[in-house]
Design a protein around this ligand. Structure first.
Ligand code: NAD
Length: 352
């Protein structure tokens, strides 16, 4: 996999290996999140940072952002104490600082706005600081708004209308984005079923009166919509997916790109994750780098509905998959520099 720059360094304070991949700077400085996770081997972390940074390039290009794709990973070999965590983050911040603005970091799996504040001690190239420190805080709400926008376009293609009343929706991963989605969909009158591996998250779902399903039963469960909101790599060549529409925020949902064709051949409309999950980065960068208001930035997130619609229309007209069309859109923008700039704002439907 081609990558512009990969820097891997063992932290001088913590001894923990952290890394940054700048996949592309064609459209601007690379942006991405910091993944803080236990990996069996450093090589697994390198594979992850490379794949995730490539997905960020596609995500930014399709969403019309003037930023490139990057990612950073802290490759843990066990769960650190709070003191160790701080040392690891400071080491990681030094690595990011050494790239001199070529990579801007935000939160990802395992990190949040409070961790961004620690990184900020050593480098200015950080976004999503806590709101009380001038940042926009967690991007989960805007990410959910973007998923719902993509879902509307997908629902029109599959069901002929985008109303969710009475539709059965399965959400895999009742984390921060999953919980936003569940609340919104319940409000719209959908029958929501959730799945998680964390007992505390299941208890939170029960408290909201949500039905539960075991994670291993998720792909095969009869439903109208499946929302992957947990981890990547959940759909392989042989995965039987019962829902006719799949759209969700989890990054890199397919084990490889050919799975998109396998899903399409089985009559499943899969909306590329890098399209559906762009709401967080669109909102955050709009607010923090372009000084947009909350409403203006949310309007840009809502515009993902139109972007998704265009991708689905093209796939239907050309007899291709949404992945092929989303890739073509990203490629066109990366090669010409001119892309689908987000249309002018309209009033937001949802407030995160
Ligand atoms: N938060 C954002 O703004 C954002 C933006 C873009 C993409 N994403 C992606 O969306 C996904 C969800 O993000 P989040 O911020 O809600 O993360 P999160 O960590 O808050 O939630 C993920 C949830 O998935 C659960 N989970 C893990 N493995 C599971 C499995 N096998 N089956 C069911 N549940 C499982 C976890 O216990 C957790 O509750 C992640 O893949 C993330 O990378 C998030």
């Amino acid at each position: 996999m081609s990558v512009q720059e990969l820097v891997v360094r063992r932290g001088r304070r913590s001894g923990v290996t952290t890394m940054v991949a700048v996949h592309s700077s064609t459209l601007g400085p690379a942006v991405g999140g910091c993944r803080f996770k236990v990996y069996p081997r450093v090589h697994d972390a390198i594979d992850d940072v490379l794949r995730l940074s490539a997905a960020m390039t596609r995500k930014c290009a399709v969403a019309g952002l003037d930023f490139g794709g990057g990612k950073s990973v802290v490759a843990l070999d066990g769960v650190p104490s709070p003191e160790q965590r701080r040392e690891i983050l400071l080491d990681h911040a030094d690595l990011i600082a050494s790239l001199d603005g070529a990579y801007l970091v935000g939160p990802d799996v395992g990190t949040g706005p409070a961790d961004m504040l620690v990184l900020r001690e050593r480098t200015p190239h950080v976004f999503c600081l806590p709101e009380e420190h001038g940042g926009t805080g967690s991007s989960s709400g805007p990410t959910a708004v973007g998923v719902l926008a993509a879902l509307r376009a997908g629902a029109r293609a599959v069901f002929g209308d985008d109303g969710m009343k009475g539709r059965k929706v399965v959400i895999s991963g009742y984390g921060s984005v999953g919980a936003h989605l569940a609340a919104n969909l319940v409000e719209q009158g959908a029958e929501v079923v959730v799945s998680d591996v964390d007992e505390r998250r299941l208890a939170a779902a029960r408290e909201q009166g949500l039905a539960l399903v075991q994670p291993e039963k998720v792909p095969g469960i009869e439903a109208d919509v499946l929302i992957p909101a947990a981890v990547g790599g959940v759909f392989g060549p042989g995965t039987e997916v019962a829902a006719p529409l799949v759209v969700g925020p989890a990054n890199n949902q397919l084990t490889d790109d050919t799975v998109a064709e396998a899903l399409a051949a089985r009559g499943v409309l899969w909306i590329p994750d890098f399209v559906a999950s762009a709401g967080g980065v669109v909102y955050t960068l709009g607010r923090e780098k372009e000084s947009l208001t909350h409403a203006e930035a949310l309007n840009r997130v809502e515009a993902l509905e139109k972007t998704t619609q265009g991708i689905l229309d093209a796939a239907s007209a050309n007899g291709t998959t949404p992945l092929a069309e989303a890739d073509a859109l990203a490629e066109a923008r990366l090669t010409s520099g001119a892309g689908p700039r987000t249309p002018s704002p309209r009033e937001p439907r949802t407030v995160a």
